[in-house]
Design a protein around this ligand. Structure first.
Ligand code: GAP
Length: 436
C-alpha cells in the first residue's frame, strides 16, 4: 500500500470504528484536538498500561506519581520554560497562514499556497497556554497549563524520595496531560495542542549519567519492538548539539517511520542536574541527596525517557494496519499486540436465536473478568469475523448449536484465521496460554 494511502486509511478506520473522532465535531470540529471513542479509549489505555507495567510494575527502582496540571508559576520560571519555551514563527504574506520557521521546506515555497519567498521575518511564539486562577484576571493570578509532566516530578523529588526511601539510581514515573499552543498541529494525533505524556525521570549519581542514558535508549527502543513495531520501522537518532533543548546535555529520539517520513516518537534526554539545581535555587529548598555509604552529598543527575501516549498509539496503529486478500476476499486487519488491542476476545453466538443466547452470555460472563470482551450477535458470522479483524481482536469465540450438546466452542485466531474447537470449561486456560 502506498504510504500516503496508509494514513488516510488509518484515519478513516479510526473514525468509522470509533477509535478517534475530531473534537467538537457537531460544531464543525476544533482543529488540533481529537477525542478517543469507545474503542480508542481502550487502545490508548492499553498503551499507557503497557508503559506503566514496564516502567513501574516490573521494576523495583521506579515509583509513580500523579501531579496537578496547574502548578505554581514559579515552577515555569525555574524550569526555563517562561524564558525559552517558544518556536520561531513566520507568516506567509500571500495566504496569511503561519508556520514554524524550522519546519519550512528547503524550496522556500509556502506549504499552503506555494508562493515563493513570501515569509515574514521569524518571531518567537510562546507555546505555554496561559490562564487565570481565582476570581481576578490580573497578572498576579496568571497560571499556565503544564507543557510537560516532568516538572511535577522534579518539584516532588524530595517528597517521593523521602517517603519511599529510594536511593539513586531510582526513578519517578508519571502519565498525564500536557498542553502546548503548537503553531502547526497536524498529522492526525501526531501533533496536537492537548496530548498525554508518559515520562520517567530517573535520578542517578552524577558520574553514572552517560551509562544510564545508553541503558534507557535501548530499553525504550525494545519496548516498542516487544509490543509489535518491526525494528526496521524504528531508529534511534542522536540530536546534534544545536538541536538540544535548553536543559539537555544529550538527547536521542526514538524515531518511527511515519507515512510522511522518519519522525519523533519519544525523546530520551540526559538533563544532568539542570532541573533540581534550578528548583533548589528558585525554591530555596535543599534538593541534594546524601549518600550515607559514600559519605557525600550531591544533586542527582536525571535521565528522562519522555514518550507521547497519542504518538505511540498512532505508531502502533500504523504499524499494525494491513489489507490482504484471503480466499478471494479482501480483509483489513489490525495486527495489534494482544496487550494493546481494544478487545482481547469477541463472543459471537452463531445466531440470535433464544436457544443460543443463554449459553453465549454464560461464555461472556466467564471471560469478562479476565479480558475486555465484545459481544456481537448481528450480521453473518463471516462479517463479524471481519469486523473483529479490523479492530484487532486477537480471538473470536463462536457459540453454535453444537455447543449446547458438546459444551465446546470454536476459537478463531485473528492472524492465522485457524479455528480450534475448545471445551468451555477449558476456555479460560486456552486463552490464558495465548494472551499475555
Ligand atoms: N519532558 C521532555 C519533553 O517534554 P518533548 O520531546 O518536548 O520532551 C516528549 O516531548 C514527547 O511528547 C514527544 O516525543 C512526543 O511523543 C510527545 N509530544 C510532544 N509534543 C506533542 C504534541 N504537540 N502532540 C502530541 N505529542 C507530543
Amino acid at each position: 500500500m502506498a504510504k500516503a494511502d496508509l494514513m488516510d486509511r488509518v484515519v478513516n478506520l479510526c473514525k468509522r470504528r470509533g477509535l478517534v473522532f475530531p473534537s467538537s465535531e457537531i460544531y464543525g470540529g476544533f482543529r488540533s484536538t481529537w477525542d478517543y471513542g469507545p474503542l480508542g479509549v481502550l487502545l490508548k489505555r492499553n498503551v499507557k498500561d503497557a508503559w506503566w507495567r514496564s516502567m513501574v510494575q516490573l521494576r523495583d527502582d521506579v515509583v509513580g506519581l500523579d501531579a496537578a496540571i496547574l502548578m505554581a508559576p514559579r515552577v515555569w520560571e525555574a524550569s526555563g520554560h517562561l524564558a525559552t519555551f517558544s518556536d520561531p514563527l513566520v507568516d506567509c504574506r500571500n495566504c496569511k497562514e503561519r508556520f514554524r520557521a524550522d519546519h519550512l521546506p528547503e524550496s522556500g515555497a509556502c506549504p499552503n499556497c506555494g508562493a515563493k519567498d513570501s515569509f515574514t521575518e521569524a518571531r518567537q511564539f510562546h507555546l505555554m497556554f496561559k490562564t487565570h486562577v481565582g476570581p481576578v484576571e490580573d497578572e498576579a493570578a496568571v497560571a499556565y497549563l503544564r507543557p510537560e509532566t516532568a516538572q511535577g516530578i522534579f518539584v516532588n523529588f524530595l517528597n517521593a524520595q523521602t517517603t519511599t526511601r529510594k536511593k539513586p539510581p531510582f526513578g519517578i514515573a508519571q502519565i498525564g496531560k500536557a498542553f502546548r499552543n503548537e503553531i502547526t498541529p497536524g498529522n492526525f494525533i501526531f501533533r496536537t495542542r492537548e496530548f498525554e505524556q508518559m515520562e520517567l525521570e530517573y535520578f542517578v549519581p552524577p558520574e553514572d549519567g552517560g551509562q544510564w542514558f545508553e541503558y534507557w535508549c535501548q530499553q525504550r527502543l525494545d519496548w516498542y519492538v516487544d509490543l509489535g513495531i518491526p525494528s526496521d520501522r524504528l531508529q534511534l537518532r542522536p540530536h546534534d548539539p544545536d538541536e538540544l533543548s535548553h536543559y539537555s546535555a544529550a538527547t536521542a529520539d526514538v524515531e518511527f517511520d511515519y507515512p510522511w517520513g522518519w519522525g519523533e516518537l519519544e525523546g530520551i534526554a540526559n538533563r544532568a542536574d539542570f532541573d533540581l539545581k534550578q528548583h533548589a535555587e528558585y525554591s530555596g529548598q535543599d534538593l541534594t541527596y546524601f549518600d550515607q555509604e559514600a559519605d557525600r552529598r550531591y544533586i542527582p543527575h536525571v535521565i528522562e525517557p519522555s514518550a507521547g501516549a497519542d504518538r505511540a498509539t498512532l505508531a502502533f496503529l500504523l504499524a499494525a494496519y494491513a489489507e490482504e486478500e484471503v480466499r478471494g476476499e479482501r480483509r483489513t486487519v489490525l495486527r495489534l499486540h494482544p496487550r494493546l488491542a481494544p478487545y482481547q476476545v469477541a463472543v459471537l453466538p452463531l445466531s440470535k436465536k433464544d436457544t443460543l443466547t443463554p449459553l453465549a452470555q454464560e461464555v461472556l460472563a466467564l471471560l469478562q473478568p479476565r479480558w475486555m470482551c465484545e459481544y456481537d450477535e448481528t450480521q453473518s458470522i463471516g462479517r463479524r469475523y471481519r469486523r473483529q479483524d479490523e479492530i484487532g481482536t486477537p480471538y473470536a469465540v463462536t457459540v453454535d448449536f453444537d455447543s449446547i450438546e458438546d459444551g465446546a466452542v470454536t476459537v478463531r485466531d485473528r492472524d492465522s484465521m485457524e479455528q480450534d474447537r475448545v471445551p468451555i470449561d477449558g476456555l479460560v486456560a486456552y486463552l490464558d496460554e495465548r494472551l499475555p
